[in-house]
Design a protein around this ligand. Structure first.
Ligand code: CUA
Length: 321
């Protein structure tokens, strides 16, 4: 399969890239349905326009009185396409919602885009640049941000594209269905070397992937590194059961609903944690004073992802009986 993809890359142009994820087939089906539907409408209209302009051209002796049943026909040709296109909307919306909702057990990968490279990190701490290794047949969720301008993570063979936006996290998920290497592109113009901001996704068998993941240079896991930062930056000085400063406890916080001072609520997801670290006065938790200093400028995007990974890792500990 890998040889097949290499051959495809070498031979250059072809109409459609391989469909190598569970989403790809669904996206292709919608695309094909839209193409056939719109093509049919276009052909029917074209034929009618030509037919009517010949049949009713000036000077031709034809019956030009309005048929009695014209209203019924008008309603039919208006309502039928409307219903068909609503059905297509429902179909596409269903797939879109599925694409936005990764399975809970999806393998997390963190991505930081920058001019002009993709920096990726797996949960066990293994890092990659411009390459993403994933196992075949297992869902993978990619959480991304940018440390400068907007980039876009685009894997044509998976039919997936997601902007990486500075100042927030976005994500996409996929399940690869073919072994091999698939091109990864930046699909948002991001400066002079945008066109060189390319990489590849390597889909391996789960056992090969397991070996690959364990084989890298020894590094602390993201959660371990996050915990070290948590101590080093002094977060634990306040966010700890033994602390004298009154600050929210963070164990098991991830995924919970947080009630804020001004009556709003937010889900404690990666974006909420990120905002709380960099913009602590934005979402002050109900019952707490807005005394936390901002850590903007003191932490890199990688540090933030590690801190989020650490807080995420405390979930199990908290939910244990
Ligand atoms: Cu990054 Cu274009």
């Amino acid at each position: 399969m890998a040889a097949d993809t290499d051959a495809t890359l070498r031979s250059g142009w072809r109409l459609m890239d391989a469909a190598a994820s569970t989403q790809a087939g669904r996206t292709d089906a919608i695309f094909l349905a839209m193409l056939l539907l719109c093509g049919t409408v276009a052909v029917v209209l074209l034929v009618l326009v030509v037919f009517f302009s010949l049949r009713y051209r000036r000077g031709r002796a034809v019956d030009r009185t309005e048929p009695r049943r014209i209203r019924g026909i008008e309603v039919a040709w208006t309502v039928t396409p409307l219903l068909i296109f609503f059905a297509v909307f429902g179909w596409a919306a269903h797939d879109y919602v599925t694409m936005a909702d990764p399975p809970a057990d999806a393998l997390p990968v963190s991505v930081v885009a920058k001019q002009w490279m993709w920096k990726l990190q797996h949960r066990n701490g293994r890092r990659e640049i411009n390459e993403l290794h994933v196992p075949l047949g297992e869902p993978v969720v990619v959480t991304m941000t940018s440390q400068d301008v907007i980039h876009s993570f685009f894997v044509p063979a998976f039919r997936l594209k997601q902007d990486a936006v500075p100042g927030r996290y976005t994500r996409l998920w996929f399940t690869a269905t073919q072994l091999g290497e698939f091109p990864l592109f930046c699909a948002e113009y991001c400066g002079s070397e945008h066109s060189a901001m390319i990489g590849r996704v390597v889909v391996m068998s789960p056992s090969d992937y397991g070996r690959w993941l364990a084989s890298g240079p020894a590094a602390p896991s993201m959660a371990q590194y996050g915990f070290a930062l948590f101590r080093q930056l002094g977060c634990s000085g306040c966010h700890d059961t033994r602390s004298t400063v009154h600050a929210p406890l963070l164990d098991g916080l991830y995924g919970r609903t947080v009630h804020l001072q001004d009556g709003r609520t937010r889900i404690a997801d990666a974006n909420y944690l990120r905002d709380s670290i960099l913009l602590p006065t934005k979402d002050v938790v109900a019952g707490f004073a807005p005394v936390m200093p901002s850590f903007a400028g003191q932490v890199t995007e990688e540090d933030l992802q590690a801190l989020v990974a650490y807080i995420q890792s405390t979930r199990a500990r908290d939910s244990a009986p």
